[in-house]
Design a protein around this ligand. Structure first.
Ligand code: BGC
Length: 379
């Protein structure tokens, strides 16, 4: 269900008494409020979903961006664990994709070039010599059409964007649909689908940066990380995979058991130096296409736990190595070096140029589908 600010008080009361008279029918409220105006005068909104236990997810249809994620700690105290900005203005400046949807191709494509059906394609190069996260105006910078609904499974925000043939250099009219569903138990499910009218390449993700102690509370070096992956894809100096699937065994990349982020991040390891820390794709052990646990993060002072489940073959674990304190985020907090970590569920970087990696070609008779779930809890 959707409601506008004016009717909020009346609706909140209704939702409260419903949840109380029948706890099984707990509702997730959705409130739509104006979020700002883009440089070309378009209005965008913020959709705030709230569960009966006070979990909140706020998402704007500008870039399909997760603006806030408020979850309790082990004593029930709520904090916002997603890095971002208070208003749209923050997202209109150059910023590192805080919370945004990424497309058409998340992560890097070497030299912005690939061949498809014998034809050469050149997409904009925006990260040194390479293309990163969909180009100059990727899915993170477009306005998505939005629809909300609420049912027994939770509150849902459905976002649709039509990327025209040739947009940012990619072939095919591509219709992308992303549904964010927040359940009353505080689980956020992101369901991505896409279709095309011409062969194309695709890799969609969400680029949230988490700090489970609270966004703006400092670095993430004490977060304990598990990644369910026995291999990762080492990179060259432009962070393009070399093609090797390297075992994590005996290296600082082994997160099969929990390790603090900071424990080995400064190790004398060539790959850590190239990434300026962790900024790599892990090859998940689960079968691609099956929803399975990819990562578990635990923050000991708050007790917050984030599990990431996905159908994707890979996850980019990025420790905010390019954050440098120049961006002022929500509540005036500066985001300094390693103040957030990203867990981007994805196909492997540069797959269009890597014949041994799982394929990323989408054809007109197919539907792209990926599901990622963030499960929050405490211990
Ligand atoms: C990349 C980083 C990049 C960051 C922000 C991550 O997905 O792997 O290298 O700095 O996104 O653009």
């Amino acid at each position: 269900m959707i409601l506008h600010t004016k009717s909020l008080a009346a609706f909140a009361i209704a939702a409260f008494s419903m949840a109380h008279s029948n706890p099984a029918a707990a509702v997730v409220r959705i409130q739509k409020t104006p979020f700002g105006t883009t440089a070309d005068g378009k209005l965008v909104d913020l959709y705030v979903m709230t569960t009966s236990r006070g979990v909140e997810a706020a998402i704007t249809n500008y870039g399909g961006t997760v603006v806030r994620l408020k979850v309790p700690d082990r004593s029930g105290k709520i904090a916002d664990v997603a890095l971002g900005f208070d208003d749209l203005k923050g997202y209109l400046q150059t910023e590192p994709y805080f919370g945004a949807l990424i497309g058409r191709y998340a992560n890097r494509i070497a030299k912005g070039h690939f061949k498809l059906d014998g034809k050469d394609y050149q997409v904009p190069v925006n990260d040194g010599a390479n293309a990163l996260h969909g180009g100059l105006k990727g899915f993170d910078k477009v306005i998505w059409s939005a629809k909300t609904s609420s049912g027994p499974k939770g509150g849902a925000l459905e976002l649709i964007y039509l990327s025209k043939n040739g947009e940012e250099g990619y072939p095919g009219n591509l219709t992308a649909k992303v549904v964010y569903t927040l359940t009353d138990s505080g689980e956020m499910r992101i369901d991505y689908t896409a279709t095309t009218d011409k062969d194309t390449v695709i890799n969609l993700t969400n680029h949230s940066y988490f700090n489970l102690a609270g966004a703006g509370s400092g670095d993430i070096l004490k977060h304990q990380v598990r990644l369910y992956a026995s291999r990762y894809t080492p990179v060259d100096s432009g962070l393009i995979p070399t093609g090797e699937l390297r075992s994590v065994k005996g290296t600082p990349f082994d997160f099969l058991q929990a390790h603090e982020v900071g424990e080995r991040i400064g190790a004398n390891d060539e790959q850590l130096k190239l990434g300026k820390g962790y900024d790599h794709n892990w090859v998940l052990n689960s079968d691609s296409g099956t929803l399975a646990k990819a990562a578990e993060i635990y923050e000991p002072t708050s007790g917050r736990v984030l599990e990431v489940w996905t159908t994707q073959p890979g996850i980019q674990f990025y420790t905010g190595n390019f954050l440098d304190g120049t961006l002022v985020g929500k509540g005036g907090h500066k985001y300094a070096f390693r103040n957030g970590l990203a867990l981007e569920t994805q196909h492997f970087p540069d797959s269009p140029n890597q014949p041994t990696f799982p394929g990323v070609v989408l054809k007109p008779n197919q539907t792209y589908h990926q599901v990622t779930v963030w499960k929050f809890s405490t211990r």
